[in-house]
Ligand binder design. Structure first.
Ligand SMILES: [Fe+2]
Length: 275
């Protein structure tokens, strides 16, 4: 069989804007990976991607324009699930972009990110099915594009990407998921609780993938991973890093004790500001 170029196959999936076709293309990628059908020939040019493949709906709006709904109403409950579906959908594109864009990484880097893309698609489907049970579908609520904006801003350097997307934005998911689980439990959504537990477990692995390759590039460039992380956050993070943090999950995801201590000091400062 003729070998397939991994990067162009990943680009096709990344740009695909049809939900079911995208999932099919991703299944094909995973199959061809397991059959070792790929070659890793860098492409002649790598595009910047302001707008990756996604369905026409949800409508994208600025974060502040999203209505705040309590989870107590059926609509608020569905809106929470929808926002998670949107994150999971975006996460498929984030993982694919990490492959397409950085074409000189080791074999295991591509294996890791393709595995992440597959798990994100699984998460998306779990949430979408649950949303269906609640009487809604992906696209029924507006959503914001924050995750992709940071992805776009960090497309020039794999080190910056690993620091800011998996280790910052996705790591935030580890912090906020336990509170969401509590809320769902309080309204008796047992399936929702079950799904979020699966997501939390898998997301630890995804942040760990980010940490693994962040560290790899630091070693290659002779950088101190702790100092460099602080420097990159200063340059690329909009706003304040805020707690509370999920220290256990972050430890499992490869955050060093030095980083954990630093997060603890930030949480303390946040606490002092509000008290
Ligand atoms: Fe996920």
């Amino acid at each position: 069989m003729t070998k397939i170029n991994l990067f162009s196959a990943v680009l096709d999936c990344l740009m695909c804007d049809d939900l079911s076709q995208k999932v099919q293309l991703l299944d094909k990628l995973l199959f061809n990976w397991s059959e070792r059908n790929f070659v890793f020939e860098p492409l002649n040019s790598i595009m910047r991607i302001a707008d990756p493949g996604r369905p026409a709906k949800p409508e994208l709006v600025p974060p502040k324009a999203l209505p705040r709904r309590g989870i107590g109403s059926p609509e608020g409950h569905a809106a929470l699930m929808h926002s998670i579906a949107h994150i999971e959908f975006n996460a498929i594109n984030l993982a694919l972009d990490a492959i397409y864009r950085f074409q000189a990484m080791p074999y295991n880097y591509y294996q890791d990110w393709l595995g992440v893309a597959g798990e994100e698609a699984y998460h998306f489907q779990l949430i979408r099915e649950h949303l269906d049970q609640l009487g809604y579908d992906y696209g029924d609520f507006p959503a914001h594009n924050g995750l992709w904006l940071t992805t776009y801003e960090t497309d020039h350097d794999v080190l910056v990407r690993m620091a800011m997307v998996p280790r910052t934005l996705e790591a935030r998911g580890l912090d906020v998921t336990p509170a969401m689980i509590k809320k769902l439990r309080a309204i008796g959504d047992r399936r929702g609780v079950e799904i979020l537990k699966i997501l939390l477990r898998d997301e630890i692995g995804h942040v760990a993938v980010g940490t693994r390759w962040y560290r790899y590039v630091c070693v290659q460039r002779g950088l101190n991973p702790f100092d460099e992380f602080q420097r990159l956050l200063g340059l690329y993070f909009h706003g304040n890093i805020r707690g509370p943090f999920n220290y256990d999950a972050r430890r499992e995801a490869g955050f060093s004790e030095q980083e954990i201590e630093w997060l603890r000091s930030l949480e303390q400062q946040t606490f002092e500001r509000v008290s």
